[in-house]
Design a protein around this ligand. Structure first.
Ligand code: ATP
Ligand code: MG
Length: 161
């Protein structure tokens, strides 16, 4: 499906915002311009759901979760960041591996299987995008992913229609 990313993303965030606890606050930094992507909406929804669930799960009381996206060349770059416990530098690259969880004690108390981000990586790569994370232990984590923009909606003047 070809979807207007702005409203697609907002609808997912709305769904979490309606059911989340007051423990975390959401902050949307979303551009007004209309960007289109051609995606399997169920799969990309599943990716975003897992990233948001993780952000909530690993956030402290009073934490902020920020949502944003920008355009880089012909790619849309999405970011979801939290100011939670973070991930040690040496482990950040591994969180997209199957069954990988940062530490077992933490993992046991938090529930889950450690598959969410591995599935997310498969799905994003199937869309010719990339997914990665940046994190500072004790300060927070940002997960990024890219998706190819649908350039059919880009007019000759370089404006989005
Ligand atoms: P599942 O998603 O299958 O329910 P999970 O959330 O543990 O289980 P992933 O979503 O794949 O699995 O995440 C892998 C691991 O990466 C997590 O167990 C956690 O240790 C770490 N992690 C992921 N997101 C964050 C985050 N926002 N802050 C801190 N650690 C994170
Ligand atoms: Mg998860």
């Amino acid at each position: 499906d070809i979807v207007l990313f702005n409203s697609f993303f907002n609808r997912i965030i709305d769904r979490f915002e309606m059911s989340k606890s007051d423990k975390v606050r959401f902050e949307r930094l979303l551009p007004e311009a209309s960007y289109y992507v051609e995606i399997d909406t169920d799969k990309v929804t599943q990716v975003i759901d897992n990233i948001i669930s993780n952000a909530i799960k690993y956030s402290p009381d009073g934490g902020n979760i920020r949502f944003g996206f920008t355009v880089q060349g012909d790619m849309l770059k999405v970011m979801i960041s939290d100011d939670g416990m973070g991930i040690p530098k040496e482990n950040v690259g591994r969180i997209f591996d199957r069954f990988y969880r940062v530490d077992r004690a933490r993992a046991r108390s938090m529930g889950g299987t450690g598959l969410g981000l591995a599935i997310a990586r498969e799905m994003i790569e199937a869309h010719d995008g990339k997914i990665w994370a940046e994190s500072e232990e004790g300060h927070g984590t940002t997960v990024f992913f890219t998706l190819p923009l649908n350039l059919d909606d880009f007019d000759e003047a370089g404006e989005w229609e």
